[in-house]
Design a protein around this ligand. Structure first.
Ligand code: SAM
Length: 371
């Protein structure tokens, strides 16, 4: 579209199309931020008496820096993330974000379901009980083929990753936790994928998203790269069902239930491997095994695009927030994760560092398998 030129100054004004794009983006993201932050504030008020006043802010509790101790200005972090998200869309890395949260009725129903679940998840939090699923399976004498570390109530969520109910609530809970920024953080991983695909024929290339959960990243990938061959792998059948529902028939994606420790894909078969918010839920030894699996399934010259929490020392002022997270949300491996040397881990697996890019409370890391 033609640029409008101001005769009185040499500065360019954005075109009408660009202004519309920015307005649409702002309207959508401000509405999302308000919706999820509102729920977060309501939850904090409801649970406050039970928990007592927390000394540390919850991970994305929006509050400006105190001035006394150096703490992150989370609102500034969110603004910066959204500005980058919009700039990426304007640069053509991905389409203008839509988020695909569902119809207004579905969005309200999920919020209601989350509030209905609040008394039980709050009780678990008060009792610091992250082992309910494992206990129940044991009491019922049920043998599970799932790994022991997996059979926990991460975030104190009801049924852990093992039920359709949990899969329905998961994305609302994550967006509430991050003030509506979880999708924007995931989208930052589309940039290195787009850069890798530049000048290549997508129809001949494959991307596997390991621990794809409810498929939010896969749907974004499908919308950004319509011809790319996509596979989603996860250990949870319930989350895979929700991923299939979320992606729908219009966007064919192959799904398989599988453990990231033994990815059900052949050696050297994927051009791109992605993994979003998995590693902080894995014990250290398992992280090393999974890193080896990412390297195994990648083709020589292929890339790993990896997203997880920021780590200690990544961004000034954020360390205290990272350190306070695991106690409040039953994340038994998080503290170890934020201190893990990812470059060393992936180098042992045979992958070379390309880049690290912090994105609000997350970080996108890219590694390459040598030719
Ligand atoms: C925090 S969720 C992240 C899901 C998704 N990638 C996202 O962006 O929200 C962690 C996911 O990892 C899956 N998961 C955990 N351990 C796994 C393993 N060993 N193999 C495969 N999937 C695993 C869980 O079932 C869950 O869907």
């Amino acid at each position: 579209m033609a640029q409008t030129h101001d005769h009185h100054s040499s500065r360019r004004r954005p075109s009408l199309g660009r202004m519309l794009m920015r307005g649409t983006y702002a309207a959508r993201q401000i509405a999302r931020f308000g919706w999820f932050t509102g729920q977060r504030i309501a939850i904090e008020r409801i649970t406050k008496r039970a928990e007592g006043d927390a000394e540390e802010p919850a991970p994305a509790a929006v509050q400006p820096s105190s001035g006394k101790t150096k703490s992150a200005d989370l609102l500034a972090g969110i603004r910066e993330l959204f500005a980058r998200d919009l700039a990426n869309a304007e640069a053509g890395y991905y389409p203008l974000p839509r988020d695909a949260d569902g119809t207004p009725m579905q969005i309200i129903a999920r919020a209601r379901a989350m509030f209905d679940d609040l008394p039980v998840s709050t009780r678990r939090r008060e009792e610091a009980d992250g082992q309910e699923i494992f206990r129940k399976l044991n009491e019922g004498g049920e043998a599970s083929s799932l790994p022991r570390y997996y059979l926990q109530n991460f975030h104190f969520q009801t049924d852990g990753y093992l039920s359709d109910g949990s899969a329905k609530l998961y994305d609302t809970q994550v967006e509430v936790l991050f003030n509506g920024t979880a999708n924007a953080m995931r989208r930052q991983a589309l940039v290195p994928v787009a850069q890798f695909l530049e000048g290549k024929d997508q129809r001949k290339l494959k991307l596997a998203d390991i621990a794809c959960g409810t498929g939010r990243f896969l749907r974004m990938s499908r919308e950004a790269f319509p011809r790319l061959g996509l596979t989603g792998i996860d250990l949870s059948e319930a989350y895979l069902r929700e991923a299939r529902r979320h992606i729908g028939q219009r966007y064919p994606v192959r799904f398989a239930m599988g453990n990231a420790e033994q990815i059900p894909l052949p050696d050297d078969s994927q051009d791109i491997v992605t993994s979003v918010f998995l590693f902080h839920e894995l014990p250290p030894k398992v992280r090393a095994i999974v890193a080896g699996e990412f390297a195994r399934v990648l083709k020589p010259g292929g890339v790993l695009v990896f997203v997880d929490s920021l780590q200690i020392g990544d961004v000034d002022g954020y360390d205290r927030i990272l350190e306070s997270f695991p106690g409040r949300f039953h994340e038994p491996y998080y503290d170890g994760y934020i201190r893990e040397n990812l470059d060393k881990l992936y180098s042992k697996a045979g992958l070379e560092l390309v880049s690290h890019t912090p994105a609000f409370l997350s970080k996108v890391s890219v590694y390459r398998k040598p030719e």
